[in-house]
Design a protein around this ligand. Structure first.
Ligand code: PMP
Length: 441
């Protein structure tokens, strides 16, 4: 594996070494773990990436999730280019695509009655939490241990539950997380206890979940988990916030809410909501809640929650999201990508059996997990054991990720894969051949 990187990826090494002088750590993104060094990507198209040295890879990173239609999708690019030719990428004023995006989201997710475009999933979570506090008057927020909701001070993940990857919490004052609590995943009893305890701490404003379970289902939750959380939120007067940054449009045009048949009060979007273009994020939900974001603008009284930014709701991002969602509906992309994920998972299971490996492969449509550590991350109750196992797991994932890369497959952190509409049966079968070679070794 190291030989591959040394001999075939010299161009990547040269430029990413140079980058260390001017970019902290030499690279912004760590999704592929960058071991032994990061690849520099020059081209992206459909299911493939090509690096600086001309090596081509099957791309199961798909930018971390936004490109459900496949990378660099021409029909959306062309429509976006026409908008840019007309208005440029930003005006700082209302643009019809801001509305068109809100309307098309509402068309497929009727519970998102109103939508506010923001700049990222991180910002959208911050806005949702702020709205939940403003509208309920409660103080506390509960998240699920190991879940990722962006990098804001109050939401850094692995906050208190050991065994999740701890994002480095340096620079975050202790008080910033004082009103955020974590419940163990898939323990509804534990969540109830936290809700009861929070009554003495000013009440619970919001329970925020990744509907598939923390880290897009790396710690899967039972099928009825979200419905039970919904019931608890109603009982305790807390808002249920679905973080659909990954699941929105990916598990279906109706998102996880449609998939599970559970209606959240607020939904957080990112990634696919700009179809792979920048400034991907926004929050939506019931009008009576969402109006709190606007009451300062139309001169009416009420709690005006200030969110937004110079580039928020710009025509480029909104048009890209609108065209991408339209295109996903026309082509049935979420279903096609989901079938590719099913095919990939079935094939991986066959290979795991073939070699008798202690691996686990499972998927939720186009979100595929391949755990090579032999550790299922379900049990959060043995923190020390998990902490130790997690270190070993991370090292193994790093090595597996590099091995997959050397065989022409890019994954997310050596353990997660996103399929797209570009993943035809032929692409998946070629990928399975490559996995076969890695597993054989
Ligand atoms: N929530 C979830 C579930 C995510 O996966 C992510 C990004 N990986 C975020 C929030 C943060 O979104 P962004 O990177 O756009 O800030």
């Amino acid at each position: 594996v190291l030989n591959y990187f040394e001999t075939k990826c010299r161009g990547s090494k040269e430029i990413t070494d140079r980058a260390k002088q001017r970019i902290p750590g030499g690279v912004q993104h760590n999704l592929a773990f960058n071991y032994p060094f990061p690849l520099a990507i020059d081209r992206a198209e459909g299911a493939y990436l090509t690096d600086r040295d001309g090596n081509t890879y099957i791309d199961f990173l798909q930018a971390g999730g936004p490109t459900i239609l496949g990378s660099n999708y021409a029909p959306v690019n062309e429509q976006v280019a026409a908008v840019i030719r007309e208005s440029g990428p930003v005006t700082g004023l209302f643009h019809e695509y801001e509305l068109k995006l809100a309307e098309i989201i509402n068309q497929y997710m009727p519970h998102v009655e109103m939508y506010r475009s923001l700049g990222s999933g991180t910002e959208a979570v911050m806005a949702a939490v702020r709205a939940a506090r403003a509208v309920t008057g409660h103080k506390m927020v509960i998240k699920v241990g190991g879940a990722y909701h962006g990098w804001s001070d109050t939401m850094v993940y692995g906050l208190r539950v050991p065994g999740s990857f701890r994002m480095n919490a340096k620079g975050i004052p202790f008080g910033a997380t004082a009103r955020t609590r974590e419940a163990f995943p898939h323990s509804v009893g534990e969540l109830r206890r936290k809700l009861i305890e929070n009554r003495l701490r000013g009440g619970t404003a919001a329970v925020i979940v990744e509907p598939l379970g923390p880290e897009s289902g790396t710690r899967p939750v039972p099928r009825d988990f979200n419905a039970k959380v919904r019931a608890l939120c109603d009982e305790f007067g807390a808002m249920l916030v679905f973080d659909e940054v990954v699941t929105g449009f990916r598990v279906g045009l109706g998102g996880a809410a449609g998939y599970f048949g559970v209606t959240p009060d607020l939904t957080v979007f990112g990634k696919a909501v700009s179809g792979g273009y920048p400034m991907a994020g926004g929050v939506g939900g019931r009008a009576e809640i969402m109006n709190a974001f606007g009451s300062g603008l139309d001169g009416k009284s009420g709690a005006h929650i200030q969110v937004g930014g110079t580039l928020s709701a710009n025509p480029l991002s909104c048009a890209a999201g609108y065209f991408a969602i339209q295109e996903m509906a026309r082509t049935n992309a979420p279903v096609i990508a989901g079938r590719a994920g099913d095919r990939l998972t079935r094939g991986l299971r066959r290979l795991i059996d073939k070699y008798g490996l202690p691996y686990v492969a499972y998927n939720q449509g186009s979100i595929v997990h391949l755990e090579c550590s032999g550790v299922m991350l379900l049990d959060m109750r043995s923190p020390l054991k998990l902490l130790k196992e997690n270190k070993a797991r991370k090292r193994l994932m790093e090595q597996m990720g590099a091995a997959y890369t050397a065989h022409g497959i890019i994954t997310l952190a050596g353990s997660r894969m996103y399929t797209s509409m570009a993943d035809t049966d032929a692409v998946i079968d070629a990928a399975l051949d490559r996995f076969d070679q890695v597993f054989a070794q």
